[in-house]
Design a protein around this ligand. Structure first.
Ligand code: PXG
Length: 467
């Protein structure tokens, strides 16, 4: 039995006290600490269902599912109890030296029931970044074992996000991240992304999808297919601004890679576990990857866990010919994480959450979302499953952002929070990715809020002379 923490525990300090302590001792990820400390962090003290509650008692819809991960919603006691029960039985043991444990065994088998055909084995990590680092090492090992150590280059995309470790950030295509710390590491080539709204020029979306796929072919051919290990991509780029590729893109990329014997890695850290209305985002686009990186939604965020789900081609070579794979993390297959994932998968299956996204909540939210295409501030409103974006623009027909490097997005995000909805701003692109268990009534409320937020943002942009 898990007892709820009395709210008193969180109210011992005032918001100002929390903020002062936070500023004094806590370095936040991806934050300008000087700016943040001057403004003060928002203190989130509680969460339930699709809502978060801050230290001033504001109840806000968690339109980002935490950080794209709380797929089954907050405060699901089934998961909390499963973690508790597991930790009471086996709090920790490693999987390095000829040992294993029931939770990690059950999870590997359970994952094999939801993965695309042929992907039946899992290597566990603690995060998405660690999963992608694992993939770099595993894929290079795979080729080296077969006498092709030179087949080591990864093709990725500009504006991709694959994590923040040195490997993950190098695979990623965020130029502003590469500027710090001498990244990327050698052996990674970044090609143009399939971002039609911003970069498609005069091409139709389908033409542009083929053009962008061809950039992958050109990069492989320039490097020499004998030197290229794998292509990695998010089915839909999340942190880059929910970039939904044209339908022509992924099938063309798949053919290009197969023709050149280049492995395909689908980074499913955001798209996996139902976000697109399929178990994995690659299935939405009809692509069969060789490996998948997972994290986030695998536990709905209740416990840190990542994994590399490995198809037969790679897994067989690693297993049969690879000898010792000199790689692993202390928390590879942590019992508590595996218990959280098992309980989370049980909920996803029992409540038909993936189907709910594909045929019910997804289409319902999309219908409301797509109506924002008529709003004067909106250049494009796009969504697949329950992952969507709105491009804010000063000119509906020119497909351009506002001048000022994301200022309009920041204004809109702050207005959204004030209206009781968390949306994330990437430049001037507003993002929504609510928990997958969202109901029709909650979707109605979200759409009503977004309409008001867009109107208020437009008024504020006019007031500031940006429109
Ligand atoms: N791949 C993808 C596709 C991701 O979205 C990672 C890998 C790395 O996962 P970890 O667990 O190491 O964080 C991610 C993470 C944002 C934001 O601002 C997105 C992520 C992480 C932090 C911030 O949208 N995605």
């Amino acid at each position: 039995m898990v007892t709820k923490m009395p709210s008193r525990t969180h109210n011992q300090r005032s918001t100002a006290d929390w903020q002062a302590l936070d500023a004094a001792h806590h370095l936040h990820p991806f934050s300008d600490m000087k700016q943040l400390n001057a403004a003060g962090s928002r203190v989130i003290v509680r969460a339930e269902g699709i809502h978060i509650i801050d230290s001033d008692g504001n109840r806000v819809i968690d339109g980002m599912s935490g950080l794209w991960n709380v797929n089954v919603g907050h405060a699901r006691h089934e998961i909390i109890d499963a973690i508790s029960a597991q930790l009471s039985t086996l709090d920790y043991y490693n999987t390095f030296f000829k040992t294993t444990h029931p939770a990690v065994i059950e999870l590997g088998a359970e994952l094999a029931t939801v993965t695309p055909p042929g992907i039946t084995r899992a290597f566990f990590t603690g995060s998405g970044s660690e999963s992608n680092d694992t993939i770099i090492r595993m894929v290079r090992h795979f080729w080296a074992v077969q006498g092709k150590p030179e087949k080591s280059i990864f093709i990725s995309r500009k504006n991709a996000y694959h994590g923040s470790t040195i490997g993950g950030a190098s695979l990623g295509g965020m130029a502003w991240m590469h500027k710090q710390g001498g990244l990327p590491i050698p052996g990674i080539i970044h090609v143009d992304q399939p971002y039609w709204w911003a970069e498609g020029g005069d091409m139709s979306p389908d033409e542009f999808g083929l053009w962008a796929a061809n950039q992958v072919a050109l990069a492989i051919d320039r490097a020499g297919p004998e030197n290229v290990a794998a292509f990695i991509g998010e089915p839909i780029q999340g942190a880059g601004g929910v970039i939904i590729p044209p339908a022509t893109y992924w099938p063309a990329v798949q053919k290009i890679c197969r023709d050149r014997d280049v492995l395909i890695v689908s980074d499913e850290v955001i798209c996996g576990f139902g976000r697109t209305g399929h178990w994995f985002g690659c299935q939405h686009f009809g692509v069969q990857p060789d490996l998948m990186a997972v994290a986030k939604g695998i536990t709905s965020g209740y416990f840190p866990l990542g994994g590399v789900l490995v198809g037969a081609r790679v897994a067989d070579v690693i297993t049969e010919q690879g000898g010792e794979f000199a790689h692993g993390y202390t928390y590879s297959g942590h019992p508590g994480a595996c218990a959280a994932a098992l309980a989370n998968l049980a909920i996803l299956k029992r409540e038909n959450v993936v189907e709910h996204v594909r045929i019910d909540a997804g289409p319902y939210l999309q219908a409301g979302w797509h109506r924002f295409n008529d709003h004067p501030l909106v250049g494009e409103a796009r969504m697949v499953g329950l992952i969507g974006a709105i491009e804010l623009t000063p000119d509906k027909h020119a497909r351009v952002p506002f001048p000022g490097d994301g200022k309009a997005g920041t204004i809109c995000r702050d207005i959204a929070f004030g209206q009781g909805l968390v949306m994330r701003a990437v430049r001037d692109t507003m993002i929504l990715a609510p928990p997958l268990v969202v109901t029709h009534a909650q979707i109605d409320e979200i759409i009503e809020k977004v309409a008001r937020i867009l109107d208020l943002t437009r008024a504020e942009l006019i007031r500031q002379g940006l429109l």
